[in-house]
Design a protein around this ligand. Structure first.
Ligand SMILES: [Zn+2]
Length: 748
């Protein structure tokens, strides 16, 4: 496998910018896997299609693509891209200039959001409103006439557009009626659905919808595109966001006590503008033609569930499955049911009903359902074909379900890589469809032994302690791919408790050790030859900058992950910190900072050691250079010489002179410093990276006793006429006293 376990980052593309429900899709990932795994012209099947952008890159690489989902909205959005920019613009103008009562639609919708500008008193369109409970409390204004901008309290005029709008007015009943067949009484769970919008936004969105329906035939390309833009506006104008900056995913369908009422009319225009970027001719064909057609590329977008796919697609015909894991999130499904019914009618929304309206589905259900789907999909896959899970913003437990469901469905895990982003994961998980069962699965060894081996190997590979979540995921992966492990019908929960037991027993036997106050699990000792993953990552960025000259963040990621194998890929914000620490941004990319040229750094380190020598003597210490591990320079109290070691140690100063922040391995070996006054001396340029590690890496956050000093402060101290021990105190730390305002004078 040419891609091995490397993480392919891709370039993030937002289909609807700012939409938490539709996370950015990493462009270039699916196609790079496809190119290395299946011949051009072969069939790629996307059975849980989510991002409309993903099929496009596969078409561009010359594949036949089936994009399918039981959720009709991603399919609607994909079809909508088959458009021409100029046709869309004229359709948009046609819509906006359509009459609505005595006004044009655009003027009518604008009037819903007019407020009084607190600067000039003119009526202007509000950017958004802030609600407190049941009423709007503030308006955000950016006045084009006088330039006034900000958030202001409402005045009576601002409430005028709301006069005729009720919470359950005609729009509410209209939308609700579209979700169910005529005559069916809507269940109570459904009645809250349209209330995810304020009456004003519901009215605005519905006015746009009704007009699109009236003006454009149902399947016209322009009609589909306008509905897709409207879907974008529906995403962005929910009453579920507590602040305009909030980018999280709402977990509940009830508006929070304080929420943002977006300007849905503006949101529609923004969504329409964004959509235009993706228009292009698509080689779309009907099913009959698709299967007869030999020539690639061709696209078949269909709103089919797995069962229907199984019935319509010839067995063993796809050479690659690309799986975007469906979210397990009732809010998401309920909203999709609402949007699908509203935009496309109750029949289209029907498959989403159980997920949207029925009780709670847990992760065990998810894993089981996914396993069953994969068993069916496996039948559509060629022997020795591949299945790739591509997840951008998924919880670790979902990744666990994917690994286990795939392995239990008889797919063979081939490679796995993931990286953390906050508490979520980006994953690339590749399975193959084994043509024979000869080595898979094989049992016979004691399970305990195999799991133990997995734990120890994963920890040895990482070279540093891991959070239990990452450790568990890496172990499950290892068991699935590196050793024949029979999952059988074992439930995830059962396996978890088995693993927990194994971890506890290894801890009891002191073969594992809790680190960082129990936040991490690791080996008891890390020999100096093992380099932790995070240190390797930092040094790799440094190497790439030295050897490659100019690099953009995207190029860096590309090169970095190409040489960095294994399931635990470093986060991209970590890489960005490393890049910012060793590089400087110029036109066209990042290049190595002059002071980080290796010769210069070596010279600096020697100079700093010499300064420490000289300074120690000036301050009346007996100085020992390179006296013992781990210090480069030690200052001993003179009068202490000859006294027992433990007494001396309390008075000594120890210095480690470093040029990088790749110190995790060092700290693992010297977690508690030998002297109470132990310092790591670093270049000032490394300070923000050290700061990042102290804040984000549990091992670093739990360090006690080690302190940092910057090179330049030592240099300045050495230049003082009569430095004393008090002035030394002032230069300790990443944010030393000497750098704080007001402290400079006394020091100079
Ligand atoms: Zn104004």
């Amino acid at each position: 496998m040419s891609l091995g376990d490397r993480f392919v980052p891709g370039e993030l593309q937002e289909f609807i910018p700012g939409d938490p429900f539709w996370p950015p899709s990493p462009e270039g990932v699916a196609s790079s896997y496809a190119k290395s795994l299946s011949p051009p012209g072969s069939l790629v099947l996307i059975p849980f299609s989510l991002s409309p952008l993903l099929p496009l890159e596969l078409l561009d690489s010359g594949y036949k693509v089936i994009a399918s989902s039981f959720n009709p909205l991603p399919i609607l959005s994909l079809k909508a891209l088959h458009n021409r920019g100029e046709d869309f613009i004229s359709a948009l103008t046609h819509l906006e200039d359509a009459p609505r009562g005595e006004k044009l639609l655009r003027h009518y919708l604008q009037s819903l959001y007019l407020v009084e500008c607190p600067g000039c008193g003119e009526l202007v369109e509000a950017e958004f409103f802030l609600w407190e409970g049941q009423t709007p409390a503030a308006k955000a204004v950016k006045c084009p006439k006088c330039g006034t901008a900000g958030t202001f309290p409402l005045v009576p005029t601002d409430l005028k557009p709301l006069e005729n709008l009720k919470e359950k007015g005609p729009d509410y009943w209209y939308v609700l009626a579209r979700l169910f067949p005529p005559g069916e009484v809507s269940p109570p769970e459904a009645e809250e659905l349209p209330l995810v919008y304020t009456p004003r936004n519901l009215h605005c969105l519905n006015a746009i919808f009704v007009k699109i329906e009236a003006l454009f035939p149902e399947k016209s390309p322009q009609g589909l595109a306008l509905k897709t833009a409207l879907l974008g506006a529906m995403h962005l104008s929910l009453s579920l966001y507590p602040s305009p900056e909030f980018r999280g995913r709402p977990m509940r369908l009830h508006p929070p006590p304080r929420f943002v009422e977006a300007n849905a009319w503006k949101a529609f225009q923004v969504a329409a503008e964004n959509l235009r970027r993706f228009f292009r001719p698509l080689p779309m064909v009907e099913p009959e033609e698709f299967f007869q057609k030999d020539k690639a590329p061709a696209l078949l977008p269909v709103p089919w569930g797995i069962k229907k796919l199984e019935g319509e697609i010839p067995p063993a015909s796809a050479s690659l499955l690309i799986l975007e894991p469906p979210p397990l999130d009732r809010a998401w499904w309920a909203l999709n049911f609402l949007w699908a019914g509203w935009l496309m009618g109750y029949q289209a929304a029907y498959p989403l009903r159980p997920l949207a309206l029925k009780g709670v589905f847990g992760w065990d259900w998810y894993e089981e359902t996914l396993k069953r789907s994969l068993l069916k999909l496996k039948g559509l896959l060629k022997p020795d074909g591949f299945a790739l899970f591509l997840g951008q913003d998924i919880p670790p437990v979902m990744a666990e379900c994917l690994v286990l469901a795939g392995a239990k469905a008889g797919l063979r895990p081939e490679s796995f890589s993931f990286r953390e982003r906050d508490t979520r994961l980006e994953i690339r998980l590749l399975f193959s469809n084994p043509s024979s069962e000869k080595v898979w699965p094989v049992v016979g060894r004691r399970e305990e032994e195999t799991v133990e081996e997995a734990i120890l190997e994963v920890l040895t590979y990482s070279g540093e302690p891991l959070t239990p979540t990452l450790l568990r995921l890496a172990v499950e992966w290892w068991l699935s791919s590196r050793k024949p492990w029979a999952w059988g019908d074992r439930k995830r929960g059962e396996f978890r408790s088995f693993l927990e037991e194994m971890l506890s027993s290894l801890l009891r036997e002191n073969r594992l050790k809790p680190w960082a106050e129990g936040e991490l699990l690791g080996l008891p000792q890390y020999p100096s030859l093992s380099i932790p993953l995070s240190d390797r990552a930092e040094l790799e960025v440094y190497r790439l900058l030295r050897e490659k000259g100019l690099l953009t963040m995207g190029e860096l990621e590309e090169l970095f992950y190409a040489s960095f194998h294994g399931p635990l890929a470093p986060k991209s914000d970590f890489l960005r910190e490393c890049l910012a620490s060793y590089g400087e941004e110029t036109e066209g990319g990042w290049r190595l900072r002059a002071e980080d040229e290796p010769e210069r750094r070596a010279k600096d380190q020697e100079e700093v050691k010499a300064i420490l020598q000289e300074l120690g003597e000036k301050l009346g210490f007996q100085v020992k250079e390179g006296a013992r591990d781990p210090f480069d320079v030690i200052w001993e109290e003179k009068e202490a010489s000859g006294r027992p070691l433990q007494l001396i140690a309390g008075l000594n100063f120890g210095f480690v002179v470093e040029s990088t922040a790749a110190l995790t391995g060092f700290f693992l070996r010297h977690f508690s410093p030998p002297f109470p006054r132990s310092y790591v001396v670093i270049p000032g340029g490394r300070a923000s990276l050290v700061w990042y590690k102290l804040k984000n890496m549990p091992l670093w956050s739990s360090l006690k006793g080690w302190q940092f000093i910057k090179y330049r402060h030592l240099r300045r101290l050495a230049q003082e006429k009569a430095p004393d021990r008090y002035s030394l105190q002032k230069i300790i730390g990443l944010d030393p006293v000497v750098e704080r305002p007001g402290a400079q004078l006394s020091f100079m």
